[in-house]
Design a protein around this ligand. Sequence first.
Ligand code: HEM
Ligand code: HEM
Length: 130
Amino acid sequence: MPDIETRADCELLVRTFYGRALTDPIIGWLFTDVAKLDLEAHVPRITSFWETILLGARTYGGGAFRPHLELNAKATLKAGHFERWLYLWRMTVDELFEGERAELAEQHATRVAAAFQSRLRNFEALQARS
Ligand code: HEM
Ligand code: HEM
């Protein structure tokens, strides 16, 4: 199996992942019903995110956390949602690619998921105090 080498590979990964995530019984509704995700607008941004991380491109400008904070205000993103997200992500990566970048894609998603969760919980704790 190939490793992730090009932007087209990143896009394939992202599209395959969202194909699953959007129809997933555990997290699908967060994208479709709560966020009402416009997939065609989202795919280029998220492809740029991964191209930046995995291929050293500078196509992603940052600020990935904010939409999750907004989503969390509408429907709490729980640990189980993040676990499911990561499970689908790893499954998709493993199915399509193999190698250092594929590893990095899994590792970095795990780190970002942990960071997002702690930021969400910190934010909620701050709000509860005010
Ligand atoms: C090739 C090296 C790396 C690149 C290009 C990279 C790139 C990125 C990008 C673009 C983001 C999103 C930032 C945003 O939207 O604000 C991010 C987030 C993050 N990265 Fe990396 N990263 C790299 C290596 C690492 C390493 C080595 C670690 C940890 C050991 C790490 C941990 C994180 C964490 C925890 C976040 C989430 C931050 C947050 O929003 O709270 N990254 N990274
Ligand atoms: C329960 C887990 C998650 C849910 C339900 C979720 C859902 C969403 C939604 C609804 C958006 C906004 C799309 C839009 O309106 O433009 C979004 C954006 C995004 N998500 Fe997630 N997400 C989750 C976890 C993650 C994780 C773990 C990562 C990182 C690996 C991630 C990376 C991103 C990025 C990079 C964006 C694009 C931000 C931008 O527009 O710049 N998400 N996500």
